[in-house]
Design a protein around this ligand. Structure first.
Ligand code: BGC
Length: 346
């Protein structure tokens, strides 16, 4: 079993590695970035397989910009030009991804040391206070994220409160490889997305505003399909993103925990089911992970060695009034949950 330990020091603050286990699943969470560093899941023989990519040390995390396993905020995904208006006031955020703002900016939640609010053998609640004006966002934000192991599920519950109207779109950026984190490309792993529509993007990955049907395109994962079956299809959305890097509009009612995705590896027999209260999910096939990125246990990661299922408000939602709104007000605290359940392939 993994033990809690120190994981180095970041900007003068000690970083802790917290180990959770419940007899079925085990995971390790870092206070730096709230990173899910490992997640051990039983394969069809009952042998534990670590199904998330991660780095062996804090230096490893600081040397990459892939958001491996990190909690992301204040506003996950992109904001066009880093610009938006709220209550008649214009805001300009740092631009850190081509012409756009990405994942809360260069000093976002993924790069901060979180506090441990509470913990037991099966859960840890991490907390962060984000002062007004941090990364250019208005209002202060108090955030709590709980990782909890329950039976064969890892649930991540997000809570946030503000004192002024602001944006809030929190996610976890785990890179899953259901054959094991060091096992190479995931192109033969099978994926199903419970989404009839997605949000096409321009060449800088900003949604055009269209909510397009997946039917008849390589974006259609309504039936379980290997991730690699159409990833290199001559479809402009896939060419410009070097693979899948898009938001799907999850069927059903946002706010209610409902199925968003299912994936499995024939090799290990591990099935992942994702349920969320969020309106969307970004499927990202690790297109920009650099070849030879040093991972845990001496593994070397590369493009397409994992898939992310980032549950979220649609990208650039603040600038598209017909998208679900990522605007948070003091009156309505932010409460969302995403649950990752693991079961054997039958
Ligand atoms: C984005 C990608 C980006 C990755 C790592 C994903 O959520 O959609 O475009 O490269 O995060 O930053």
């Amino acid at each position: 079993m993994l033990r809690d330990c120190s994981f180095g020091v970041y900007q003068g603050r000690p970083v802790e590695a917290i180990s959770l286990s419940n007899g079925t699943l085990a995971c390790r969470v870092l206070t730096f970035g709230g990173i899910l560093q490992s997640l051990q899941v039983p394969d069809r023989q009952g042998k534990a397989v670590d199904v998330v990519l991660g780095c062996p040390s804090l230096d490893g995390y600081l040397a990459q910009d892939c958001y491996l396993g990190a909690l992301v905020g204040r506003c996950a995904n992109r904001i066009a030009g880093g610009r938006f208006s709220l209550d008649g006031q214009d805001y300009a955020l740092a631009v850190n991804n081509g012409p756009n703002h990405l994942h809360g900016g260069p000093g976002g939640f993924s790069f901060q040391v979180w506090n441990i609010d509470s913990r037991s053998q099966e859960h840890v609640t991490l907390a962060l206070h984000s002062p007004s004006g941090e990364e250019g966002y208005p209002g202060s934000l108090d955030v709590r994220v709980t990782y909890r192991l329950a039976g064969n599920a890892l649930s991540i519950a997000y809570e946030a409160e503000t004192d002024q109207t602001t944006l809030c779109n929190l996610t976890n950026h785990s890179y899953f490889n259901l054959a094991g984190h060091g096992s190479g490309p995931v192109l033969d792993q099978v994926l199903q997305l419970m989404a009839h529509t997605y949000t096409p993007t321009d060449e800088t990955s900003i949604p055009t505003g269209e909510i397009a049907p997946v039917e008849g395109t390589p974006m259609d994962f309504l039936s379980p399909t290997p991730i690699g079956a159409r990833i290199d299809a001559p479809f402009s959305q896939l060419i410009q993103g070097r693979g899948y890097d898009h938001n799907w509009c999850v069927d059903g009612q946002p706010g209610i925990l409902r199925p968003a995705a299912r994936a499995w590896s024939e090799k290990t027999g591990i099935v992942l089911s994702v349920e969320t209260t969020m309106p969307g999910v970004q499927l990202y096939t690790a297109n920009y992970v650099p070849e030879g990125l040093p991972g845990k246990d001496g593994a070397l990661y590369g493009p397409r060695h994992a898939f992310c299922l980032e549950t979220q408000f649609y990208p650039d939602g603040v600038n598209h009034p017909h998208f679900p709104s990522p605007i948070l007000t003091p009156e309505h605290p932010y409460r969302h949950e995403t649950r990752f359940t693991f079961s054997p392939l039958s």
